[in-house]
Design a protein around this ligand. Structure first.
Ligand code: PEP
Length: 244
């Protein structure tokens, strides 16, 4: 797959005025738009972010999507076609915080992937083991079982984000050997199961910051980064985007 991709996940942060200030600062930093970076904004602010980013090269990403594709009686849900209508190019699916707090797994995630693809968006499917699973030596089987959700999606443009749960928001980064092992294993699984990886990028996520991004980005098999906390600061996000 072509160029490396950086997506900033703002999580449940922001307000109208603060978003505008942050995004205007990012728009004034050409390296961010030039890299084709995405911003994953809270659903409430996607329209605002899409309007500010229009024509800039910065892509809009949603943080989640309903598993229900058709309009109807699903109070509180936001459908894939609504997100696409607002201008989203990417959508995070199965982020560890959604797995942890909303018990997302299996069939629910298959439905979300299908809905996103049918609406013309590129899913960013997140996988990763907990610290207990890593320490028990179960991390590969955990990641392979999470990847099973992708089995029916051969030939589709996808992004997979490897995010060890113990590295998200903790300041603990997986080391180079850990990242390169998992990315190689994910790519092997994708090749064997989906028959190719040409249209699939595999990102690393977990405490990516300005001072470690260059080293992480250079690890073989790393096609970009999913960035949480560091995407809430324009200068830091710019430095990360400069490494792609
Ligand atoms: C994330 O939210 O996906 C993430 C990787 O967060 P952080 O960069 O803050 O660890």
């Amino acid at each position: 797959m072509g160029a490396k991709l950086v997506i900033g996940n703002w999580k449940m942060n922001g307000r109208l005025a603060a978003n505008e200030q942050l995004l205007r600062a990012m728009l004034a930093m050409p390296a961010i738009a030039r890299s084709g970076a995405g911003i994953a904004a809270p659903a409430a602010y996607i329209a605002q972010i899409a309007a500010l980013c229009e024509g800039s090269g910065i892509q809009v990403c949603a943080q989640d999507v309903s598993r229900f594709a058709a309009d109807g009686a699903y109070t509180g849900e936001v459908s894939a076609s609504m997100l696409a209508d607002l201008g989203c190019r990417y959508v995070l699916i199965g982020h560890s915080e959604r797995r942890q707090y909303f018990a997302e797994a299996g069939a629910c995630l298959v439905d979300k992937l299908q809905a996103a693809l049918d609406a013309g968006m590129v899913p960013v499917f997140c996988v990763g083991e907990t610290l207990a699973e890593r320490e028990a030596g179960e991390y590969l089987s955990v990641i392979f079982s999470q990847l099973e959700v992708l089995r029916g999606f051969a030939g589709r443009e996808l992004v997979v984000a490897y995010e060890p749960v113990w590295a998200i928001g903790t300041g603990k980064v997986a080391n180079i050997e850990q990242i390169s092992e998992i990315h190689a294993e994910i790519k092997k699984w994708l090749l064997q199961t989906l028959g190719g990886t040409d249209n699939i990028r595999v990102l690393y996520g977990g405490s990516v910051k300005a001072d470690n991004a260059e080293v992480i980005m250079a690890v073989p098999g790393v096609d970009g980064a999913l960035v949480g906390g560091a995407s809430l600061d324009a200068s830091t996000f710019e430095l990360i985007c400069q490494t792609v």
